[in-house]
Structures are given as structure tokens and as C-alpha cells.
Design a protein around this ligand. Structure first.
Ligand SMILES: Nc1ncnc2c1ncn2[C@@H]1O[C@H](COP(=O)(O)OP(=O)(O)OP(=O)(O)O)[C@@H](O)[C@H]1O
Ligand SMILES: [Mg+2]
Length: 279
């Protein structure tokens, strides 16, 4: 279905994603993990064509989508709808209109300007909201909803495009545990019930284990692990995160970064003390 071949992104001299290769053969629920800066977002953004790849190819059902432009590119982008940590809703606009924004790719500028949505689309939007348990909020402004509710609106907007894949970049990183659970369960159901592929960047390993059937680990731009949660041993997890023995599965990628920095700081101080002692 989806094949990523040696996909690479360089920013100046910095290699953000380094020859990433992976294939998705059927509907899957995949979590991508790795410390902050590992290249997770860049990889998803290249797949969705928000960022152009420097090298490599993206094939979807045999078709090369790496260099599509214009309408063909937009069509591809609606087939792999993206969800972001910060929801990216229009805060002052009502929930239904936010969801209907998901149909913009296939509507004319005229109907967009005048906010003329077909009745069938409005019904469909409310159906999707209902499925996600938030239909009662349909007329409210998006900003009046909780974070978890707003993220479900963003998921509804993505579903409005009837995508084959949903690419979610840290969809729960700004949510409290309760809301995070609701959002992850919603994504899991979309995979289970609709057979859509969901690829999720996640900043804690335990979430990836809990909701995903396949975990991809990235380190320094490279895919260093690709397997089931069972195959992901604690040793392997430490290798992905480049973390020490005090590594915990519930730690976020950012926490691991801090932990690592403080470990480096400790080591530096220790070296200084030793140097002073010998002087
Ligand atoms: N637009 C950009 N311009 C320059 N460098 C970038 C850009 N976007 C990302 N990078 C760099 O590419 C590398 C990978 O970044 P990326 O955002 O993909 O990591 P990430 O795994 O998503 O991290 P996080 O967990 O913090 O979200 C980092 O070194 C980052 O600084
Ligand atoms: Mg990121």
C-alpha cells in the first residue's frame, strides 16, 4: 500500500531524516517514537508533502507521490489527512464549520467564500461528530471546547476528507491523561472500524505500546527499530532514546532529552572535579 524508500531530508548541513525506508502492506496502526529531534515530525510531513523530501521516494499503491504538484498534490494530501498537537482549528468558528473545512480541497472558491456547504456535507459532519461523541458541541465555537474535544474536532475534520491514512503528529502531547486516552481510543477505533491506516508520532513509549500494533523507533533521523510492541525490549527502547538506566517508559521524549542533558552535565562536573583533584 505505502512504500517509503530511502526518504531523506536535509536542512542546511543537518540531516533531519536519513534514508528512512518502510512499507505498510495493509491497514495498520503504527506509532513512531524517538527522542526530541529524532526526525519524527519531518518524516510525517514529508509523507503528507507538507515538506519536500531532499532524496528518496514515497509510493502509494504503486504511484509515486513524492513530486506531485497542484491538484494532484492536494488530492494526495486529503488521502493522508494530518492531525497536529495544537489541533489547528479556527478558534472563533463553530465546530461544524471547522469540520466542514475538511471538504475545502474539493470545493470551489466561490462556495468557500460564502460559506455555502451542501446539506449532505453538513449532515455528514454531524454524523462524524456524533461518532466521536461530541455532536452536542456542534454549534459551539471551537475555542469553547476542552483540548480533548478540540482534538476530536480535528479528527472529525480529517475524517471529512475520507482519508486512507491519518497522520497524527503528537496528537495527545498537549492533553491531560483522560483526554489523551479518549483521543487515542478514537484513533484506534477509526483504524479498527474503518480499516484506515493511522500513523502517530508519540512522545511516550507506553502510549505506543498500548494503542499500536507496530512501533517504529527513530534515532538521529534513522529508523533503528520496526516491529511489534512485544519485540521492543527495554534494552532496545534505551537504544532508541539513547537513554541511561533510569529511563522510564512513561517518560516523554522531551523529559528524556532533559534527563540526558542533566546526565551530561553531571558527567562534565565529575570530570572537572577529577581534573581539580589531580591538579
Ligand atoms: N524547518 C526546519 N528548519 C531547519 N531544521 C529543522 C526544521 N524542521 C526540523 N528541523 C531539524 O530537523 C531535526 C528533526 O526535527 P523533527 O522536528 O522532525 O524532530 P521530532 O522527532 O519531531 O522532535 P520532537 O519530538 O521535538 O517533535 C531536528 O534537528 C530539527 O532541529
Ligand atoms: Mg515532532
Amino acid at each position: 500500500m505505502l512504500k517509503i524508500e530511502k526518504l531523506t531530508k536535509t536542512f542546511g548541513g543537518n540531516v533531519a531524516v536519513d534514508a528512512a525506508t518502510l512499507s505498510v502492506d495493509g491497514p495498520s496502526m503504527i506509532g513512531i517514537i524517538g527522542r526530541s529531534g529524532a526526525g519524527k515530525s519531518t518524516l510525517l510531513r514529508m509523507m503528507n508533502r507538507l515538506t519536500d523530501a531532499s532524496e528518496g521516494r514515497i509510493l502509494f499503491e504503486g504511484r509515486d507521490v513524492t513530486h506531485l504538484t497542484g491538484a494532484a498534490k492536494r488530492q494526495w494530501q486529503s488521502q493522508c489527512a494530518m492531525i497536529f498537537q495544537q489541533f489547528n482549528l479556527v478558534p472563533r468558528m463553530d465546530v461544524v464549520s471547522n469540520v466542514l473545512h475538511g471538504t475545502l480541497n474539493r470545493r470551489s472558491t466561490f462556495t468557500t467564500i460564502f460559506n455555502l456547504y451542501p446539506r449532505a456535507d453538513i449532515h455528514h459532519a454531524i454524523e462524524i461528530l456524533d461518532r466521536l461523541g461530541i455532536a452536542a458541541h456542534a454549534p459551539k465555537r471551537a475555542e469553547a471546547l476542552s483540548g480533548g474535544q478540540q482534538q476530536r474536532v480535528a479528527i472529525a475534520r480529517a475524517l471529512m476528507q475520507d482519508p486512507r491514512m491519518i497522520l497524527a503528529d503528537e496528537p495527545i502531547a498537549s492533553l491531560d491523561p483522560m483526554n489523551a486516552q479518549t483521543v487515542m481510543e478514537a484513533l484506534r477505533r477509526i483504524h479498527d472500524e474503518d480499516g484506515r491506516t493511522v500513523i502517530c508520532n508519540l512522545h511516550t513509549l507506553d502510549t505506543a505500546r498500548r494503542y499500536c500494533d507496530r512501533v517504529i523507533g527513530m534515532r538521529d533521523g534513522r529508523i533503528v527499530f520496526d516491529g511489534t510492541p512485544d519485540q521492543l525490549t527495554t534494552g532496545m527502547a534505551r537504544e532508541i532514546y539513547g537513554a541511561g538506566a533510569d529511563f522510564s517508559e512513561a517518560a516523554t521524549s522531551t523529559e528524556i532529552e532533559t534527563l540526558d542533558r542533566s546526565a551530561a552535565e553531571q558527567a562534565r562536573l565529575q570530570a572537572l572535579r577529577e581534573a581539580e583533584a589531580t591538579a
